[in-house]
Write a new protein. Structure first.
Length: 75
């Protein structure tokens, strides 16, 4: 099983869509609130992302935004 991490923030519609997709496909993931975790925010920025959510999972390139095409690869 892929280890999936979703870096997100409160009141982020794309973040919510991404987590809902993962929930609907019964995929386990860790949600990290970058507003509460400055180290997580630094990790996201180090990957070169400026937008959320950022999804990091084994076997695929990290990506940002609500991307059903990329999320399907995890399902």
């Amino acid at each position: 099983m892929n280890k999936i991490t979703v870096y997100s923030k409160p009141n982020c519609m794309q973040c919510d869509f991404t987590k809902r997709f993962l929930d609907q496909h019964n995929l386990e993931y860790t949600a990290v609130d970058v507003m509460q975790d400055s180290e997580a925010l630094a990790r996201v920025q180090a990957l070169g992302f400026q937008s959320l959510p950022v999804v990091v999972a084994d076997g695929i390139e990290p990506f940002f935004g609500f991307r059903p095409d990329m999320l399907e690869k995890l399902a």
